[in-house]
Design a protein around this ligand. Structure first.
Ligand SMILES: [Zn+2]
Length: 360
């Protein structure tokens, strides 16, 4: 996880695939891993009792799969190369965190606060009467959990991403509340605020098979209106969805929104999730399988990673590589305007030394 361990073996910029499901566990809440995608959304499934997420996992893989995963990674590489003249995330990182962000620090979306990227959050609570009508305190606890998780305070690496609650609204709509997957379009078209760098986070009764779903950064240009994350209101800290009620479903889904794939993406086959310091794993973790090691490559399965499917109590953090990936993805897809960055990477690589955005 240290920077020194960063390798490029798992290749570049990852981005997610279509749908990500987070199969739950066979435990109390059971699992049936989520499913699929809703118009190209990543889903974090939970499980249905006993049936673990076999079928869901299969669907998830079919939805994302090697072809799409590699295509999304390739898209990220192309975008970085086009905008910054390099796909070297370590180089991008040093420049972006050290030079670019300060310049936009006074403009809202990308602000530099103690070296971090501050993501404005527009929180939308969809409820049905008293059901799902989350209190402001509950929402603030979720934001605090996001900051703890992305700040590395729960055991992982500090991704240098922070979240700031900019607005909170509540919408009483029974149909939307009970079936946010089917009503994803109407919900987002009505409530969504901000641009590519604004996180729109919605809560509703997502359902029995998944805990939440998210779009990936690569999809923003295809349909910006659908950009955002929807999680089950019971998955928030102290919610009723044990063992998935520490608020980590939002952490996981937002990971996709920020460009991370599942740690089990592609199983033991390269490029996996495209991040070098997350060991390969054959399948999602169910519960908290300590010491599991399902792939021949180096390292035990990253069961404690937020981008796996373990119980919330088993989840701890992101890796240094994931943090770096998030920042590169942000630069590629979510920075406010292509022309905003003026980072001369000066790598010396052919065609690399250019002022980012200057010619766009
Ligand atoms: Zn997922």
């Amino acid at each position: 996880m240290s920077e020194g361990e960063w390798e490029r073996t798992k290749v570049a910029p990852a981005a997610g695939g279509d749908d990500c499901v987070r199969p739950g566990t066979t435990g109390t809440t059971g699992t049936t891993g989520g499913t699929a995608a809703v118009g190209g959304t990543a889903l974090r499934g939970r499980g249905a009792s006993g049936g673990v997420a076999r079928s869901a996992q299969a669907r998830d893989r079919a939805d994302l799969g090697h072809e799409q995963a590699t295509a999304m990674l390739a898209d990220l590489r192309r975008t970085l190369l086009d905008r910054f003249g390099t796909t070297d995330e370590a180089l991008l990182d040093s420049r972006l965190l050290g030079e670019t962000l300060p310049g936009s620090a006074r403009r809202g979306s990308e602000r530099r606060a103690t070296g971090s990227l501050v993501v404005p959050v527009r929180f939308h609570v969809v409820h049905s009467g008293g059901s799902g009508r989350l209190s402001t305190a509950a929402v603030r606890r979720q934001i605090a959990t996001l900051n703890a998780a992305y700040g590395g305070r729960l055991g992982g690496s500090d991704t240098h991403v922070r979240f700031r609650l900019d607005s909170l609204d509540r919408t009483d709509n029974s149909a939307w509340f009970h079936n946010p997957q089917r009503n994803e379009g109407p919900i987002k078209r009505r409530l969504r605020k901000g641009g590519r760098g604004t996180l729109n986070l919605y809560t509703a009764a997502v359902g029995s098979d998944v805990l939440g779903f998210s779009t990936f950064p690569q999809w923003y240009r295809r349909d910006p209106r659908l950009d955002g994350v929807i999680v089950d209101f019971r998955s928030l800290p102290y919610g009723s969805y044990a063992p998935f009620n520490h608020g980590f479903t939002a952490v996981h889904e937002i990971g996709h929104w920020l460009g991370l794939m599942h740690t089990f993406e592609g199983g033991c086959v390269s490029p996996g999730d495209g991040v070098a310091d997350t060991p390969y794993e054959q399948e999602p973790a169910q519960g908290c399988p300590q010491g599991r090691d399902t792939c021949p490559q180096r390292g035990r399965d990253p069961i404690h990673n937020f981008m796996d499917y373990a119980h919330d109590a088993c989840m701890r953090g992101f890796t240094t590589g994931q943090g770096r990936r998030i920042r590169a993805v942000w630069a590629a897809y979510r920075s406010r305007k292509p022309g905003r960055h003026r980072v001369d990477l000066g790598t010396g690589a052919p065609g690399a030394a250019r002022s980012v955005g200057a010619a766009r």
